[in-house]
Design a protein around this ligand. Structure first.
Ligand SMILES: [Fe+2]
Ligand SMILES: [Fe+2]
Length: 210
């Protein structure tokens, strides 16, 4: 179940970063370092996705069909921008410094949340008892700090606020509700359906989830 949620979030992460990359390229065309950092971030998330995918393949099972209600980034984008990720107006964000700033903060906070979560999981006895899972999270832990830093760097270099209380609260509550309500709910629905295809082969698989 944990791996099903991770694979969803990693998948969601790298596919959303395509849009972020588009925004960064348009907004900061001459900031090669920032662009390169976002490209690396996207590659890392895609790599994480494939690590979890191989873990499922070894088990001979497909991930549970979770949906956007399990995605931290989905909730966060909704809370801050008031629309789902697919409807984010990339051009509008590029044109508006304040919205671009918001986007950077959302990614930064989401990634910082990710780092903290991985550290907790690496101490978890279930995770530690599965050597492959433990190795995956160790790699994720090593990659993660790189992820929030470029956005933080951009915010500081441009004299922007690195976090607003409202966003920190949103981040905190999303996390709490995922942990306390959503996870146990999936856990009790034992016959939760599984994916039939991998999302990188068929991007509609999660969309079809109820
Ligand atoms: Fe990741
Ligand atoms: Fe990440």
């Amino acid at each position: 179940m944990l791996a099903s949620i991770y694979i969803y979030n990693e998948y969601r992460g790298y596919t959303s970063l395509d849009r972020v990359l588009e925004a960064v390229r348009a907004r900061c065309p001459d900031q090669d370092e920032f662009i390169a950092a976002v490209v690396k971030h996207r590659e890392d998330e895609a790599k994480h996705y494939h690590m979890f995918r191989r873990w499922f393949e070894r088990q001979g099972r497909m991930p549970l069909k979770v949906d956007r209600t399990c995605g931290h980034i989905d909730h966060f984008i909704e809370a801050v921008f008031g629309c789902p990720i697919e409807e984010l107006d990339t051009a509008g964000i590029v044109a508006d410094g304040d919205r671009f700033e918001k986007l950077c903060r959302v990614i930064m906070l989401t990634e910082q949340r990710g780092v903290a979560q991985v550290e907790i999981l690496l101490r978890n006895s279930h995770v530690r008892s599965d050597p492959v899972m433990k190795r995956i999270f160790t790699i994720v832990e090593k990659d993660e700090p790189d992820h929030w830093m470029p956005y933080h760097a951009w915010l500081t270099a441009n004299g922007r606020v690195t976090a607003r209380w409202r966003e920190r609260w949103a981040d905190y509550w999303i996390h709490k509700s995922l942990m306390l309500v959503k996870l146990p709910a999936i856990f009790v629905s034992r016959n939760a359906p599984r994916l039939e295809r991998w999302p990188h082969e068929d991007e509609a698989v999660y969309a079809k989830a109820a």
